[in-house]
Design a binder for this molecule. Sequence first.
Ligand code: GUN
Length: 292
Amino acid sequence: MNLLDGKKIANQIKDEIAVQVAEMKAHGEKVPHLAAVLVGNDGASLTYVGSKVRSCKRIGFESTLVHLPEETSEEALLQKVAELNANDAIDGYIVQLPLPKHINEEKILMAVHPDKDVDGFHPTNFGKMALDMETFIPATPFGIMELLRRYDIETEGKHTVVIGRSHIVGRPISILMSQKGKAANATVTLTHSRTKNLEELTQKADIIVSALGVPDFLKADMVKEGVVIIDVGITRVPDATKEKGYYITGDVDFDKVAPKASHITPVPGGVGPMTIAMLLKNTLLARERRQN
Ligand code: GUN
């Protein structure tokens, strides 16, 4: 079993970006500036956004955190989005999901200017991605692709089973892995809550990408020997014995599945850090596009 060390690869990518930022500075150019909008105080979202801002500092990006109260109206958030679209200092920004229930997520994501949409969630960018056009690729699937590429995982002609059809992970990764190119050219099956024979499919899969959010969902008897496992699940399980009052776990029953796998991502330290690295990469791309 080989661990796909997302933390290590993410640090390599951040180091590479830091070199580019240092060069930008040396040439007197503006450095990339990422903004993140967080509405409310969801614990996991606070952690992710905090981590994004810290990563920006580390690699020499400028960053802005826009933290709005839970009761912020949809109108006020749309106003903030319009401000960020118009603010020339900001190269790219994200609106952290999930948003409070009284806000229509689709309406907000539609309002983000596609040129600043470093999440790649706007229909213009998502459509370009689906059509193999150059664009911002959503950070989590982008991170999975980069991890597969850097570990030279063979995907061509391989049967990949994706579990979960979310707009952020399952749907885009199923598109990306079926496209032409490195870490792609796979035969992809996208499974979801209405899939009838999931076990039959996972047992035959060469590669499994699980993006479900159910701890220990994928068991050893559901996979074949030599499978490649990408675990995108990040669930906080309450545990009074832990300092934070919880521990983080993925979708995969890691201890039992790992011995059967040829490659597997740990949780934490697998896909999570890659997501942040690729968001930074998209922000660098946004800056470069604006520069040219
Ligand atoms: N919530 C969970 N993942 C993401 C992500 O990649 N971007 C944003 N904006 N929100 C998220």
